[in-house]
Design a protein around this ligand. Structure first.
Ligand code: PHE
Length: 381
């Protein structure tokens, strides 16, 4: 009886093993190299997904024009997660288990990446976030990477800018309590700002999608801050800026990379002009590599100027290509090669993947001037 059972067991094992082998996400059998992308192509942060997608497309097309990788063309499978964490995880699960992608690029918003990253980690499919800056993202595991700086750095950049450049002593903070990005960045900003000798006089909360910020802004106005830090996404920030000016709040508004969208000025209009945010790249860079990227992007996409998301999307795809070229085209070896990326010259700066799978890069501070974001300064890590 015992013997029969052990034979049955080993049969089951053998079967299970051959099944996993056959269904392994890989390229050896398929004609193209499948790359999955998930992002907010629709919803309140739609420009994040759309811009990133264009950047990725451009990089993959360039590589395919060079013949692809090891004789195979790259194929991008994109999924819209509508900017929702649950959908992000659902589409990533589908890309991995049904489409059998080799690697994944996404997401932009930290809360969405955090929702999907455990699935990529579980199936051991390397995932590169182009632009999620919350520290927790890459802490999910050794298959999760990013090509951007993280929020403890970004928060420090803006705290120093407020204290040293703008000479602000008292600031107010207005954050989106449902967003990992917003809550984290608010915290890191406050830590540095108080360390420098400044005071956070009031902290107010909102939730993405709210339309009326008057009560929070009135509380803030009563405390007479020298500046207001608003680490949110462009749709909310545009509305907040307009309502702040309607309440006759005249102090500078400050933010982080979440402001980066052509839609910021469309929504915020005059009210958002003259305010500052930290970002990953500036179109005003004199680096020939940046200018080449802008030129090629405009030719490919109907004269559209690439925002930071487009640049980071492009860079994340370039890094993935670099790792794939050196790999044996399995997810495991692509992961191992990603971990070794060093001094890669990218549009958004030199990328070295550190032991935490983050990229240590400089940030720029820009000033909103209509549809253009004027370069103010660069801050190195
Ligand atoms: N850093 C933001 C986040 O983690 C996303 C973002 C990056 C938005 C760059 C705009 C530009 O949620």
């Amino acid at each position: 009886m015992k013997h029969v059972r052990s034979i049955a067991l080993s049969l089951i094992f053998a079967l299970a093993f051959s099944c996993t082998k056959k269904s392994e996400n890989g390229a050896s059998s398929s004609a193209t190299l499948l790359i999955g992308e998930y992002g907010s192509m629709t919803g309140a942060s739609a420009t994040f997904g759309q811009s990133t997608h264009k950047g990725i497309q451009l990089a993959l097309e360039e590589q395919n024009n060079l013949g692809g990788i090891q004789g195979k063309k790259l194929e991008l499978l994109s999924e819209d997660d509508e900017g929702k964490p649950e959908t992000a995880n659902a589409v990533v699960t589908r890309l991995i288990t049904q489409k059998k992608v080799l690697a994944l690029i996404g997401e932009v918003a930290s809360s969405n990446t955090l929702a999907a990253a455990p699935t990529a980690q579980q199936y051991k499919i390397p995932m590169i976030s182009p632009s999620s800056t919350n520290p927790k993202v890459t802490e999910v595991g050794d298959y999760i990477f990013r090509v951007c700086f993280i929020d403890p750095f970004q928060g420090t950049v803006m705290a120093k800018f407020a204290f040293e450049n703008l000479k602000a002593k008292k600031v107010a903070v207005l954050r989106d309590v449902k967003s990992d990005y917003s809550v984290g960045l608010a915290k890191y900003f406050q830590e540095t700002f108080t360390k420098l000798g400044g005071t956070v006089v009031v902290e107010q909360n909102y939730q993405a999608g709210e339309m009326d910020f008057k009560s929070q802004l009135t509380e803030i106005k009563n405390k007479k801050p020298d500046a207001i830090f608003i680490p949110g996404y462009y749709t909310d920030v545009g509305l907040i800026a307009r309502q702040a000016r309607q309440l006759d709040i005249k102090v500078p508004l400050l933010g982080g990379d979440g402001w980066d969208s052509a839609k910021l000025f469309e929504i915020g209009k005059e009210a958002i002009n003259g305010n500052y945010f930290s970002n990953h790249y500036t179109t005003e860079s004199t680096d020939p590599m940046v200018q080449d990227f802008i030129k090629n992007f405009k030719v490919r996409f109907n004269n559209e100027t690439p925002d930071g998301l487009a640049a980071l999307g492009y860079d994340s795809a370039k890094i993935l290509i670099e790792a794939m070229k050196k790999s044996d085209l399995t997810s495991k070896s692509i992961r191992d090669e990603l971990a070794k990326i060093k001094d890669y010259r990218a549009v958004t700066g030199k990328i070295t993947i550190n032991s935490q799978r983050n990229a240590e890069k400089s940030a720029v501070v820009v000033k909103v001037d209509g549809p253009v974001n004027r370069y103010v300064t660069t801050v190195n890590p």
